[in-house]
Ligand binder design. Structure first.
Ligand code: 4AD
Ligand code: MG
Length: 429
């Protein structure tokens, strides 16, 4: 019977075969302990010299990452991560690995990134990808269960929703095209056809920033809701974030453990989340001695961290100045210098994980904002059309997948949260 490591608890006391790789081994004169991995999980295989001396010698000679079929008895063992281990009775080597570059010793980040195609196999990187996968699954569960439809937005576009300075340019036959910065504008069109929608796709920012929060290519989940005002959207955001955090806690226990992630701080992530206005946040920063920022300027990472440190949950910073936000955001009727928007700042210094807003739904106002932003109204004619035929208030937001993975995994840099990160000066592998 061929099974996976994850299935092993169901086979206690039975003889099974598992296709796997050798992660590490250690041993004494009498026993060899093989740390096995098969993609589904990790398991210890025990080879007892007294049972089979020939097999013991084979086990002793195995190199890291050698692939094989191991056959043996599944036994309960509390020390093993799934609670089971295998008493190995047979080893069929498939391919002997030699000189695997990533050894148990410490390696620098550049070396590990050069070997990303192999680094993915390590215990911690496996755990981070499991958490990423759970967030993707929970996102689909939450949104589908709440009546959202997934509408795919194009990657090749002629629009620049988040400003023209960070565009990846490419040729589209004889025309100019950009890689998508955000699926939002298309999600807005889809929301007018389907009510509640979301897009989820890769987005691209030609940002020359080399920080632990910035990727050149990242994935964004962008829900968009017709007839939702901004406060309605904030409620969806806090419920969605609570849902993914609680699901990761429930389904990724072994992964969080492998990463040494403190989970008590995540347990308390439950809606509602606190809200603070941009203006109050500036005041708070001034009280705390940050005189390097004035009303009207955007927050830097230290400012966001300082604000986040006042709360034990993610915090919404609402109503930013119009001048530092995107052209499509609805003006705040209570303070026209600001817009109806929010950034959700994660705790523990992980920074902004969501940006969202209510969208302008008046045709003339939007047209004016497009012109004021130096964009061509020709390129946005279709987007303006949405305000011509039954325009309604609508809101939406974008959650950055990699920053959310970093936060929940507790890894310090987003480069570990993407399977193949695109960074400044890194297109390999
Ligand atoms: O705040 P942003 O730029 O918002 C938008 O793109 C909107 N169109 C979303 C919407 O309303 N539909 O990006 C949203 C999120 C950020 O909060 C952050 O989590 C992530 O995307 N993000 C990045 N993640 C990694 N690397 C980068 N360079 C990122 N830029 C933004
Ligand atoms: Mg933003």
């Amino acid at each position: 019977m061929k099974i996976t490591i994850k299935e092993s608890p169901k086979y206690e006391g039975q003889e099974v075969t598992i296709g796997c790789w050798l992660l590490q081994k250690r041993g004494s004169g009498k026993l060899q302990f093989l740390q096995l991995r098969d993609g589904s999980g990790f398991m210890q295989g025990v080879v007892v010299k007294a049972n089979d001396e020939e097999l013991f010698d084979v086990a002793k000679g195995l190199n890291q990452e050698t692939s094989m079929y191991v056959t043996g008895l599944i036994k309960k063992d509390e020390r093993s991560s799934f609670g089971y281990e295998m008493e190995v009775g047979k080893i069929d080597i498939i391919h002997e690995a030699e000189g695997y570059p990533i050894t148990p010793k410490e390696h620098g980040p550049e070396f590990l990134l050069d070997n990303r195609h192999l680094w993915l196999r390590s215990r911690k990187q496996h755990a981070v990808m499991n958490i990423r996968n759970q967030i993707i699954k929970s996102t689909h569960d939450f949104l589908f269960d709440n009546g959202f439809k997934k509408i795919d937005s194009p990657i090749l576009t002629n629009s620049a929703p988040e400003g023209t300075t960070e565009l990846f340019h490419t040729k589209y036959f004889d025309e100019d095209a950009f890689l998508s910065q955000s699926g939002q504008l298309y999600a807005e069109a889809a929301a007018m056809a389907h009510g509640k929608v979301f897009t989820m796709g890769p987005t691209f920012r030609a940002e020359k920033s080399k920080t632990r929060r910035h990727l050149i290519e990242f994935w964004m989940i962008e829900p968009e809701m017709a007839f939702y005002e901004h406060d309605d959207s904030l409620e969806v955001q806090e419920q969605y974030v609570e849902y993914i955090v609680q699901n990761v806690l429930e389904h990724c226990r072994f992964d969080l453990e492998a990463l040494g992630r403190e989970t008590a701080v995540l347990e308390q992530i439950k809606a509602p989340f606190p809200r603070i206005t941009y203006t109050d946040a500036i005041e708070l920063l001034h009280e705390k001695g940050y005189d390097d920022i004035e009303w009207g300027e955007d927050f830097g990472a230290p400012h966001e961290t300082e604000i986040a440190n006042h709360y034990d949950k993610p915090v919404f910073i609402i109503n930013y100045p119009k001048a530092i936000k995107s052209f499509y955001m609805e003006e705040n009727p209570e303070d026209p210098r600001t817009v109806l928007c929010a950034d959700l700042i994660a705790p523990e210094g992980y920074g902004e994980i969501i940006g969202g807003s209510e969208r302008i739904h008046d045709y003339d106002t939007l047209k004016q904002r497009i012109e004021d932003s130096g964009l061509s109204t020709d390129d946005y004619e279709w987007y303006l059309d949405l305000r011509k035929y039954g325009s309604v208030p609508h809101s939406g937001f974008g959650l950055g997948l990699e920053r959310t993975v970093a936060w929940l995994s507790g890894v310090q840099h987003v480069r570990e949260t993407s399977p193949f990160p695109r960074l400044l000066n890194r297109l390999y592998p």
